[in-house]
Design a protein around this ligand. Structure first.
Ligand SMILES: Cc1cc2nc3c(=O)[nH]c(=O)nc-3n(C[C@H](O)[C@H](O)[C@H](O)COP(=O)(O)OP(=O)(O)OC[C@H]3O[C@@H](n4cnc5c(N)ncnc54)[C@H](O)[C@@H]3O)c2cc1C
Length: 537
């Protein structure tokens, strides 16, 4: 049997063919429908053009929120809950949600990006309040902690791994593992448990979600100076299986390799999810992924949402913030004079649109992702452990796929697989060029080449493959990027302009985006002298 790593390289090589445009549709492939459905890269790229254009009309508003991703929607949600409904949201895309948006097909709704949150710590009141609104909380236990509804707790089987020609339960490749491999796994798990139990002298956890609740002590911050690769090596952990398993976590949450990930972030992935008493936290998920939470928040704000509105220029001044945006429907530039504004955009865009923002962006690296939704007439063959919610392939640069019908208990018949591929190049510009230059046909061929060995007859079952290209999908939590002055500076308001985005945490997670949105909303409420129940204090 070939070593695991060699076989993985073979697949990497075949996906590498994408870069050269040499990946061809196999001659026997039946007709498959679909297309590249997003994102709206042309609108985004126009932001680099001159900001000089002057709006042809101006209106007034109390609060303008720029961007309807989870951070912007969370700001709107917090304002609305506090009874401050006097805001407008401007969103570049046709629909809200950002990287947590979802789609709807004939078979089922499905995610286009974010697809789960771990069961939150009871102290995360904002997330629990939103989950409650979204119908995910069925009741409370005698201690007052939320009890989650059966249909949102990820049902079994949750995860499986394809390795050496067969599917196995769980994500660690146990098949043919040596006692040495298993000893390293046990040592790693004990180390993560130690970090999960660690408390500072104020009782704060080392790694929390959102991260703002955790400690800022020097000992923990120092972990950001190492890569996760270095951390494993320093502990003498060289097992190929363990390294794959930990790197899977980094690829999954951060779209990054072991050496591209700060050890602080790599440990966060494992330790922040370990509860007080249990093993790992359960997942909460929906057929459309976190799109369900997006719908709840967007629904509340529907009458105040302006989609297809690309903000071109944001000018903070002593009495408020002027916002100029391109109305894509009417193809004209409009202006809003707001008393307050929240910029809920990725950090790299702040420098393009905000006047006077000395936003340092050189240190911020964004990975690209390709996400595809495959609509299938039926379930493909698979040898070994049965289809799970999350289906991962060892010998693959992709993260495999999640099954959109899983939570609905539909275990037979048509379904949708949501396939995830992070592009891991050290130079993100090269990855973005490849992402945008690759044709739909080449993506389809690459996906089928990747999943084919695990699923006989897959190509015959595929009706459509729709592809979404995320150019600046996620900020990479690089070593040294999580505790620097620049990150803290990026979150500081400019007059009445507040910033909110998951980037401000240095990593892309629902909890982080929600934290920044709620924080910005509460800062505005406080500055207006309003009374409200804070989620954060
Ligand atoms: C493929 C993928 C999978 C993921 N999976 C998970 C997961 O399972 N769980 C999880 O917790 N997190 C996941 N994430 C991370 C996810 O990014 C966060 O959960 C969160 O959704 C980020 O929200 P945000 O509002 O901070 O940013 P964004 O999602 O980046 O939202 C920014 C918004 O601003 C809009 N915008 C941009 N420019 C302009 C402009 N000029 N004018 C107006 N609007 C503009 C954008 O269109 C977008 O809607 C995933 C991310 C990706 C890419």
């Amino acid at each position: 049997m070939a070593p695991l790593e060699l076989r993985r390289r073979d697949v990497l090589k075949s996906l590498g063919a994408l870069a050269l445009g040499t990946c061809r549709r196999p001659p026997a492939m039946p007709a498959i429908g679909g297309s590249i459905v997003g994102g709206a890269h042309a609108r985004g790229h126009r932001l680099r053009e001159a900001k000089a254009a002057t709006p042809d009309s101006w209106e007034r508003a109390s609060i303008v929120i720029v961007g309807a991703g989870v951070a912007g929607l969370s700001a709107a949600w917090a304002l609305d809950r506090a009874g401050a409904g006097d805001f407008l949201i401007l969103e570049l895309e046709d629909a809200p949600g950002g990287t947590a948006r979802s789609g709807q097909g004939v078979v089922t709704p499905y995610p286009w990006g974010a697809h789960y949150v771990p069961v939150p710590d009871p102290a995360n009141r904002a997330l629990i309040a939103l989950l409650d609104e979204a119908g995910a909380v069925a009741g409370r236990d005698p201690a007052g902690r939320p009890v989650y509804a059966e249909d949102v707790l990820c049902r079994d089987p949750q995860e499986r791994l394809f390795v050496r020609g067969e599917w196995y339960e769980g994500l660690y490749p146990r098949v043919a593992a040596t006692t040495g491999d298993l000893a390293e796994l046990a040592a790693f798990e004990a180390d993560m448990r130690r970090w999960a139990d660690w408390r500072d002298d104020r009782g704060r956890r080392a790694f929390d979600l959102p991260r703002a609740r955790g400690t800022d002590t020097k000992e923990i911050r120092a972990l950001d100076e190492l890569s996760m690769d270095r951390y494993l090596r320093d502990h003498g952990w060289g097992s190929e299986r363990l390294r794959w398993f930990v790197e899977y976590g980094c690829r999954d949450d951060f779209g990054a390799t072991l050496s591209q990930t700060s050890a602080w972030a790599g440990i966060h992935y494992f330790a922040a999810r370990l509860g007080e008493d249990s093993g790992g936290a359960d997942f909460l998920t929906w057929p459309e992924g976190n799109g369900r939470l997006v719908s709840r928040m967007a629904g509340r704000a529907a009458s105040r949402m302006r989609a297809q509105s690309t903000v071109r220029r944001v000018t903070p001044h002593a009495r408020g913030v002027d916002v100029a945006y391109h109305d894509e429907r009417e193809n004209r530039l409009r202006g809003i004079r707001a008393e307050h504004a929240i910029l809920a955009l990725p950090r790299f865009l702040a420098g393009h649109v905000v006047d006077g923002a000395p936003r340092p962006v050189a240190d911020v690296v964004y990975g690209s992702w390709m996400v595809a939704n495959l609509t299938l007439r039926g379930r493909p063959e698979s040898r070994g452990f049965p289809l799970a919610w999350d289906n991962v392939l060892y010998a693959s640069p992709s993260l495999g796929y999640v099954v959109a019908t899983h939570q609905q208990g539909r275990d037979h018949g048509p379904t949708v697989f949501t396939y995830y591929l992070p592009l891991l190049d050290d130079d993100p510009r090269i990855a973005r060029q490849r992402l945008l230059a690759t044709s739909w046909e080449a993506w389809v061929a690459a996906i089928l080449a990747d999943l084919g060995p695990a699923h006989g007859g897959l190509a015959e079952l595929v009706e459509t493959v729709d592809v979404y290209l995320w150019g600046h999908a996620m900020v990479r939590p690089r070593p040294g990027s999580l505790w620097g002055d620049e990150l803290a500076a990026a979150a500081r308001p400019l007059g009445r302009l507040h910033f909110a985005h998951t980037d401000l945490s240095g990593m892309a997670l629902f909890e982080e985006a929600q934290y920044w949105g709620v924080r910005a909303a509460e800062a505005i409420l406080a500055s207006r002298g309003e009374r409200f129940d804070s989620f954060l204090t």
